[in-house]
Design a protein around this ligand. Structure first.
Ligand code: HEC
Length: 170
């Protein structure tokens, strides 16, 4: 009796120790490959850079179709002016469906909010920019699986302009 009790105790202790090791290893491996970009709280009060409509005639319709607005926080606004975006600069690409009523087109349902956040250290592998997409009106539902492929690769076309497509209107 005593021996089997010791054996059971031994097995339990071993299992506890093993699970501790596994948890420790697990947290070590959980380092996300790309650091998170936080939701751009209050962006509709930032500077408005430009708006455009992507129609069904565009090859980009399925992915980016609708009405979009681009917003810049104060640091990003400086970036457009000087050509250099400092860490903390944030840009938003706000994509909305188009609603038509009695000949007037207005903003409909929000499709998603795309964000670029400058942090030259954290996002060194993607030109210093972190890319993120929030679904619809959600501030927490992130949709991207591979920001490098899904965002950065297309934005590299603008490498000469700090990976930013838009510019301030003169
Ligand atoms: C196929 C090319 C392409 C892909 C893929 C793409 N973008 Fe863009 N992005 C553009 C273009 C073109 C503009 C400029 C639109 C305008 O001027 O109206 C833009 C503009 C932006 C802007 C505003 C700043 C700027 O560069 O003008 C942000 C923010 C942005 N994109 C984020 C993202 C995010 C996040 C992703 C990934 C989900 C992404 N983009 C994927 C082409 C792309």
């Amino acid at each position: 009796m005593k021996r089997s009790l010791k054996l059971i105790l031994g097995i339990i202790l071993f299992a506890v120790a093993l699970s501790g090791i596994l948890v420790a290893a697990g947290t070590g491996m959980q380092q996300p490959s790309t650091p998170e970009v936080s939701y751009p709280e209050g962006y509709r009060e930032w500077a408005h850079v430009r708006s455009a409509v992507i129609t069904q005639q565009s090859s980009a319709f399925k992915r980016f179709g609708g009405l979009h607005h681009i917003y810049a926080n104060p640091k990003a606004l400086d970036g457009y002016r000087t050509g250099t975006f400092a860490d903390g600069a944030a840009l938003v690409f706000d994509v909305l469906e188009i609603q038509e009523k009695e000949g007037t087109l207005t903003e409909g349902t929000r499709r998603f909010v795309d964000v670029m956040l400058k942090d030259s250290k954290r996002f060194a592998s993607t030109g210093g920019w972190g890319f993120e997409e929030f679904n619809g009106d959600s501030k927490s539902e992130r949709t991207l699986t591979n920001p490098t492929k899904q965002c950065f690769q297309c934005h590299t076309a603008q490498k000469e302009s700090s990976y930013v497509f838009s510019s301030l209107r003169k």
